[in-house]
Design a protein. Structure first.
Lengths: 602, 263
């Protein structure tokens, strides 16, 4: 029952009472007729719920396929088609469909609303409801009213003519990770917005979203550089070996294999000539990926981890394409995971899958209950589990306060979803930490990105656990490494700068063993720190934040550059092509045995 | 967009706006007839009240219209000992209910009516000019006549049921006297209380049964869970409070023990 129906019933019963007591026939008749009409509409809706709702069967085709699992690419658009099965022509009246799309997607194709809508409040606050008399396909995936402004909502309202049973939209994945399409929320409403009934039709499809990478052939120099003196582990020098590049033709000497004889050249010169090939030894590249909380903050596509994934995937592609094996160590606050060496196209795909799984949202260690977290959880429940919030079935213990009753109702839903015992559910009533833990688990299950409701304000992001793990990982990699490998550390600059004293010994050890170390530090603003201070262009909050962030990044850059350059490591501040180009240059320098870009050796 | 399409679009919008205004005008006239016929209310007051009601119609708040109509009859209708429903009362009731229903769905049915009118005008003019823009017309919503007719029939049925029930029930002193006399003559129950009670109970059972049978398995489990939590709420809270107290008491002791051990 919506608020419209409540007002209608109250007014009609009041009018009936007044008409009967005062003997006013017309008043009594009009009021009773209004009451009867509302009851009639309710019965009609119940009949539709009973007969029509079970017939709704859907099929979702993502990029033309409707399997329950698949793989997509970050930053690329995908066409999604939702198809109603069966005889649906008679059912597509006063039906409100909402394909619950995960947060990691954003809509690309938004068509404006053709028919004006009318708003009606339902019996549960939080989500702004909209009702239509025609069939609308809504692609709203989150409670827009509760989101911060920098995360734009993704509404797309389409009008479709009756009789059509396929609805399409285009979405683009913002970041790498895991995306789950849970299902469709179906809301039946009567023609006048008096009553509604919501159900969630499960149609789960899980997609692993692989990180995007930069593809370009001109990142690597096409002209080979000349070496001064051979060093241990240098490869692609101009000396003979077993690669496919021809180095020279020379005269045949006894002992040369017959297959290396160049017959045409021998016929021309009338003496036996053999082919000499270049020597190839691959340069091994190791990535250290920072997956701490600092890199996971922000909406999908705006995280530092997204930039890190892009750079890592691009570098891996560039390295693997020339035959250099790539390894990766994934580190967060709890543990570090070293992956094996990847080579070839299959290895590259495995590497991307590992990055995608690592990018999946992690639950927080320090849950703290806040009003915004509760509101978020309630809004999510209303989107995904609307039938469980129905007060007829989700009854609560008595309380004078509406907020407490609402909290109890949420706890009931959490208890049902996570199969809590009565004691555990009662603990959630009294223990805020436990309630916060289950609320955050709900957000994690629904794939919400890291944003402010999930952080504990009393315990700010602490990198003291991450940096020692990073240092340990670098030391272990150095011990296992052969000489002249390239270590690319993709990490948050602030975390590294805070505990640089822990990190420097590992970096020095790696450099002492003739390896190359490069730090790639992405910036939250997606802009490289400028040498000069930037003046704010206007007084908006965004501009002031940008200026302050740039100032902080400039200081960090100067500090890290000074400290790391002192020990011989390179550092770059960007999560884009500049960083990719720098690391590839370092790899090429390792290949050629140069210590600097200009060819000198240390 | 070509100039012809632009013209059609401007013409279409103009026709739609004209149709919207016409609908509001008709509704306003109807409300004026329903509420102020036979009353000596000042014209200015009438205009203000009608304007307020039309704002409610434009915002799809039908309860405002119902409130206005009820208030009008509350203050203007004379009381009588019997509820006599003739054709006039029937038509007044039907018109009122239709007005309330239209107000609730003004943005949809009204829009459909306007679009239908605009489509017809544009199609007629395009036909006269020798070109047709079916593509544009096809994208606008159309009014389904049979559905509208079905709703009108449903309104009639609702009003007839209301008339029958109010006529049958002894809600006025005259009607209750008549009921009593009739019961005595025909040897029936004196008052309709038991019959009404049975009907009400049947309706309640029907409504609850309908709601119950539409429950999903998750809702059923949640209903059971809620029932258990409600019934054992105080006991569970007592158990949990003790546990939390014990946990909080143990936490500083454990901390102190660890500190002592490290020292």
């Amino acid at each position: 029952m919506t608020s419209r129906a409540v007002y209608l019933f109250v007014l009609s019963l009041a009018g009936l009472l007044a008409g009967v007591l005062r003997g006013q026939a017309t008043l009594a008749l009009i009021s009773f007729a209004a009451f009867t009409w509302a009851l009639f509409e309710w019965l009609r809706l119940q009949a539709r719920v009973h007969f029509e709702l079970p017939r709704f069967q859907f099929q979702r085709f993502v990029a033309g396929r409707n399997e329950t699992a698949g793989t997509l690419w970050a930053g690329r658009s995908v066409n999604v088609a939702l198809r109603l099965r069966g005889n649906v022509h008679m059912h597509l009246r006063n039906v409100f469909l909402q394909d619950v799309v995960p947060e990691i997607f954003e809509f690309e194709h938004a068509r404006p609303l053709d028919v004006p809508e009318f708003a009606a409040r339902n019996n549960w606050r939080s989500l702004p409801g909209r009702f239509f008399c025609r069939l609308w396909l809504v692609f709203s995936m989150r409670p827009n009213s509760l989101l911060p402004d920098y995360v734009p909502p993704a509404d797309n309202w389409w009008s479709e003519e009756q009789g059509r049973n396929t609805f399409e939209y285009t979405a683009r994945s913002r970041a790498a990770g895991l995306a789950v399409f849970p299902g469709i929320r179906v809301t039946l409403v009567d023609a006048f917005g008096l009553f509604q009934c919501s159900r969630f039709v499960p149609l789960e499809q899980t997609f692993r979203i692989l990180p995007d990478y930069f593809q370009s052939a001109d990142m690597r120099p096409s002209v080979k550089r000349y070496n001064s003196l051979p060093s241990h582990g240098i490869h692609r020098m101009q000396r003979s070996g077993l690669s496919s590049e021809l180095l020279e033709l020379r005269e045949y000497t006894p002992g040369d294999p017959p297959k290396s004889i160049a017959w045409k050249a021998s016929a021309r010169r009338e003496m036996l000539m053999v082919r000499q090939y270049e020597s190839e030894v691959p340069v091994r590249v190791q990535f250290f990926i920072d997956g701490s909380l600092a890199t996971r903050m922000g909406g999908f596509g705006a995280r530092l981890l997204d930039q890190i994934n892009y750079v890592a995937a691009s570098l891996a592609k560039a390295a693997i394409s020339v035959g250099d094996p790539v390894s990766m160590t994934l580190i967060d606050e709890r543990h570090s995971q070293r992956l094996p060496w990847f080579a070839g196209d299959l290895g590259f795909l495995q590497l991307l899958r590992s990055l995608a799984e690592f990018s999946n949202v992690l639950p927080s260690d320090h849950p703290r209950l806040s009003a915004s977290l509760l509101q978020f959880a309630v809004a999510l429940c209303q989107q995904r589990y609307p039938e469980l919030l129905d007060r007829s079935y989700n009854t609560t213990p008595f309380s004078f306060f509406a907020a407490t009753r609402e909290k109890y109702r949420l706890i009931g839903v959490l208890g049902e979803l996570f199969e809590l015992t009565p004691t555990q559910q009662a603990e959630c009533y009294m223990d805020d930490t436990r309630l916060a833990k289950y609320a955050q688990r709900l957000l994690f299950v629904t794939g919400m990105p890291w944003m402010f409701p999930l952080l504990n304000e009393e315990k700010p992001m602490d990198s003291s656990r991450f940096v020692p793990l990073l240092a340990k990982a670098i030391s272990r990699a150095t011990l296992r490494a052969r000489d002249n490998e390239v270590f690319a550390v993709l990490a948050d600059a602030y975390s590294c700068a805070q505990h640089l004293d822990v990190l420097l010994p590992a970096v020095k050890l790696a450099l002492a063993k003739h390896n190359r170390v490069i730090f790639v530090c992405p910036t939250p603003t997606f802009r490289r720190p400028q040498a000069k201070a930037r003046e704010p262009q206007n007084d908006s909050i965004q501009e002031l934040l940008l200026v302050s962030e740039q100032a902080r990044a400039r200081e960090l850059k100067a500090f890290l550059k000074r400290e790391l350059a002192h020990v011989g490591a390179a550092v770059t501040y960007s999560g884009e092509r500049n960083a990719i180009g720098l690391v590839i240059s370092e790899i090429d320098m390792a290949r050629d045995g140069r210590a600097t870009m200009r060819g000198g050796r240390s | 967009m070509s100039s012809a399409e632009t013209e059609n679009s401007i013409l279409w919008r103009g026709c739609r706006i004209a149709a919207d205004c016409t609908q509001l005008l008709i509704v306003g006239l109807l409300l004026e007839l329903l509420m102020f016929t036979g009353t000596g209310v000042d014209a200015r007051v009438r205009v203000v009240v009608i304007a307020l009601l039309l704002i409610g119609v434009a915002r799809s708040q039908g309860w405002i219209v119902l409130l206005g109509i009820q208030a009008s009859y509350l203050f203007s209708e004379s009381s009588s000992r019997a509820l006599d429903f003739g054709l006039f009362e029937y038509l007044v009731c039907l018109t009122s209910i239709c007005a309330v229903a239209y107000a609730y769905s003004a943005r949809t049915i009204g829009y459909q009516l306007s679009c239908t009118f605009a489509n017809a005008v544009v199609a007629a003019l395009s036909g006269l000019q020798g070109e047709r823009k079916d593509r544009d017309l096809a994208t606008t919503p159309r009014l389904h006549r049979w559905r509208l007719l079905a709703r009108c029939v449903a309104m009639n049925i609702v009003v007839m049921i209301a008339v029958f029930v109010l006529n049958w029930l002894p809600v006025t002193p005259l009607a209750s006297r008549g009921w009593l006399d009739n019961s005595l003559v025909n040897d029936r129950i004196l008052w309709p209380g038991p019959a009404i009670l049975c009907v009400a109970l049947l309706m309640l059972i029907l409504i609850r049964e309908l709601s119950w049978r539409q429950m999903t398995p998750m809702q059923a489990r949640l209903w059971l869970r809620s029932g258990i939590m409600r019934q054992h709420h105080y006991d569970l809270m007592m158990v949990v409070r003790r546990r939390l107290k014990l946990r909080n008491r143990k936490a500083p002791d454990v901390k102190a023990a660890i500190e002592n051990k490290t020292q």
